[in-house]
Design a protein around this ligand. Structure first.
Ligand SMILES: Nc1ncnc2c1ncn2[C@@H]1O[C@H](COP(=O)(O)OP(=O)(O)OP(=O)(O)O)[C@@H](O)[C@H]1O
Length: 663
């Protein structure tokens, strides 16, 4: 008994041996659904009812913003349907009276019930017209609500500081909130259905109370078990989804790895495919067993609910029988009451389910709202002082920066100066802070202490959108947009309209002309392998397109600016690399400071000034000759790379085999 009537418990599912083998235990995701664990377990009728006004209010505000006329139309038609249902019941009551309590011949009685029948038919027509009107207006409203919620979500996501995107807690919220717009859309449907259920319940209850006061509690008694059943099934499903989400995701992860392009070679060559497939099957089988358990439990719960409801129904009919026999109720009223009880119990059952669904969806809508609030607090501030058209230099003074989830600073007390017209190189080992320095220089991250100045102006007082206007960035993992080759270049400054011939100087500059010439439709070719007719470029070819994009961005601005290039040649062959470094150096102009980050020491030797980073601190700086003469870290790095090209003294012998020969 306790199994059915006690609280729904969350049972930790057994970890399959396949999960143990692959992931060392259950695969715990730090995202999404698990956030709702506690709210989900609090899915009781009372908590759902308590939170109802707030959550319905949020959904209605969105709907009001989306299309107030459609919203009003839905409300009017739903209220109209409720009134029509009540009037319909009264018409049926009149028919019953004429039939059962009327006097005269059968012919006369049939004539007497005609007006009631006609009225009931007319009301049914009005009711279905109102229902159709409501469906069409809700159909118009729902996509608009989803669009507005999606636009709010995307607009907030693109306008926050980069620091927020690097913050794991905020990233998690970004992931969770993406379910909000769909949930907001579904909430509108659930709201309409709940409103419909509520109005029809109120009107039916009103009619029943008029017919006989005892019928109202009877109606509640019939509907209560069904409401309990619906709530119980929903709770069990929710708790099961919570408990199993990690496992389902783990098997989905394996499924997607098996079909992903990036894994395709190892899947075949190392026979990873058959290995993972067998693990996938084992994990899927244990999830299927849970589905089966859930279905049996649902069937049993619903059966108990129907049985209890049936008992209540039998008690109601028994009471009505007694009322008729005792002369407290006429046969006609009893006939109407039977119909009203059936309609009312159906409405109440549906209402409980709709409230349940509203509650479930509202969890996601609430996350969406939480995301919008937090994003608003972390948005890049609009406005500020204009960036001076001419600045002699851009300078960092004692800048420190530490990532939100790190204990040690990625940059510490860094000071450097980038004069316009110069090429500055930054070198350092992996993790020394080069990319972080570039994010600070571009204005995407703000120094936590120290200053970044454009001429005399501190960046904190400047209009950030104007700062971004003045920065060109080319990184190793620059975005390969799934759009045409022309757009892939133009997107460097998308607001600037350009025809193909306008882009040609950028293509020529980057040495990308042979790449474009190979494309079936030249600059108009689509560069995205996943679409029909599209082309995939090699890593080196993409880097040339990236360089063309950077040139286009630089060429479309005359004000003083900074060009940041982070490992631009990693995928280029040696000849292309030498050419690319030459091109980057040529981009230094009187109105531009170029900053180059690379591990290729040959590329930095001609820079005007070189800075060496080590564990977030600047440890050396000077020209190539100065730094070689100093015999410090730079000289050691340079010598190590140069040694690779020195003639080989001898080829080392192969190491002893690590796996014993089974023979
Ligand atoms: N988004 C981030 N969140 C937290 N820590 C980060 C983040 N990005 C970098 N770090 C940490 O900051 C330090 C500096 O990283 P950074 O990427 O600036 O080094 P790098 O010199 O560019 O390295 P590489 O040469 O390997 O590209 C590293 O310890 C790194 O782990």
């Amino acid at each position: 008994m306790k199994r059915f009537f006690g609280p729904v418990k969350m049972a930790e599912p057994r970890v399959s041996d396949a999960e143990q083998e692959l992931f060392g235990g259950p695969l715990r995701y730090d995202l999404g659904w698990s956030q709702h664990e506690h709210a989900g377990l609090d899915l009781t009728m009372m908590s759902a009812l308590r939170s109802m006004p707030t959550l319905v209010g949020a959904a209605l505000r969105l709907a009001w913003q989306a299309d107030r006329r459609a919203l009003l139309a839905v409300a009017v038609s739903e209220v109209g349907q409720g009134i029509a249902a009540a009037v319909g019941l009264l018409a049926i009551n009149a028919v019953m009276h004429a039939l059962l309590a009327g006097t005269g011949s059968a012919d006369q009685r049939l004539h007497a019930l005609l007006p009631g029948l006609l009225a009931a038919a007319a009301i049914a027509v009005v009711n279905s017209a109102l229902s159709a009107w409501s469906t069409s207006r809700a159909g118009r409203l729902e996509p608009k609500v989803e669009r507005i919620a999606t636009t709010q979500y995307l607009a907030a996501a693109v306008s926050v500081e980069l620091e927020a995107i690097d913050d794991p807690d905020f990233r998690r919220l970004v992931d969770i909130a993406q379910h909000g717009p769909g949930a907001a859309r579904r909430m509108i449907g659930a709201c309409v259905a709940a409103l419909n259920g509520l109005i029809s319940l109120i009107t039916t209850a009103g009619v029943l109370a008029v017919l006989h006061p005892l019928l109202l509690p009877m109606l509640l008694l019939i509907a209560a078990p069904r409401g309990w059943g619906a709530m119980r099934v929903a709770q069990e499903r929710y708790v099961s989804v919570m408990a199993w989400i990690e496992h389902v995701r783990a098997s989905r992860l394996i499924g997607s790895l098996l079909t992903e392009r990036s894994a395709a070679q190892e899947v075949r060559l190392h026979a990873v495919g058959t290995f993972l497939l067998s693990r996938y099957e084992r994990m899927a089988e244990s999830a299927e067993a849970e589905q089966e358990r859930l279905a049996s439990s649902k069937a049993l719960t619903e059966w108990i609910a129907s049985a209890l409801s049936g008992l209540a129904m039998a008690a109601t009919y028994g009471a009505m029988f007694w009322l008729i026999v005792a002369g407290h109720m006429s046969l006609a009223v009893a006939g109407t009451a039977v119909i009203a009880v059936r309609t009312g119990s159906a409405s109440l059952g549906a209402l409980v389910m709709n409230i349940n669904q509203l509650h479930e969806e509202s969890l996601y809508v609430r996350d969406h709202g939480r995301f919008l609030t937090q994003a608003a607090q972390r948005t890049i501030p609009a406005g500020g002082d204009p960036v001076p058209g001419r600045v002699k230099e851009i300078a960092l003074d004692q800048v420190t920066y530490c990532y939100p989830d790190r204990d040690t600073a990625a940059l510490e007390q860094v000071s450097l100066t980038l004069p316009m017209g110069s090429v500055t190189a930054v070198v350092g080992e992996n993790g020394s802070g080069k990319s972080t320095l570039m994010k600070i220089l571009s204005g995407m991250l703000l120094p936590q202490s120290g200053t970044l100045r454009w001429g005399e102006a501190d960046i904190t007082g400047l209009d950030r959108s104007q700062v971004f206007e003045r920065v060109s960035l080319l990184t190793q993992d620059f975005q390969r947009w799934p759009v045409t080759a022309a757009m892939n270049i133009r997107i460097g400054r998308p607001a600037h309209a350009a025809a193909s011939q306008d882009l040609q100087p950028s293509v020529d500059y980057a040495g990308a002309a042979p790449v474009i010439a190979k494309l079936p439709d030249g600059l108009r070719s689509l560069l995205a392998r996943m679409f029909r007719g599209a082309i995939e470029l090699s890593g080196g070819e993409w880097q040339k397109v990236g360089l063309a994009r950077t040139h286009w961005r630089s060429a479309t601005s005359r004000a003083d600016s900074i060009l940041i290039v982070d490992e631009p040649t990693s995928a280029l062959d040696p000849e292309a690399e030498i050419e690319a470094f030459g091109r980057i150096r040529r981009l230094a102009a009187p109105n531009r400071a170029v900053v180059l980050v690379t591990h290729r020491m040959s590329g930095v030797r001609h820079a005007d000034h070189i800075y060496v980073l080590n564990q977030g601190r600047l440890v050396e700086h000077g020209t190539h000759d100065d730094l070689i003469a100093a015999h410090g870290r730079y000289a050691a790095m340079f010598d190590a790379q140069a040694a690779q090209y020195a003639p080989a003294v001898g080829i080392p012998h192969p190491a002893a085999p690590t796996v014993a020969d089974p023979a």
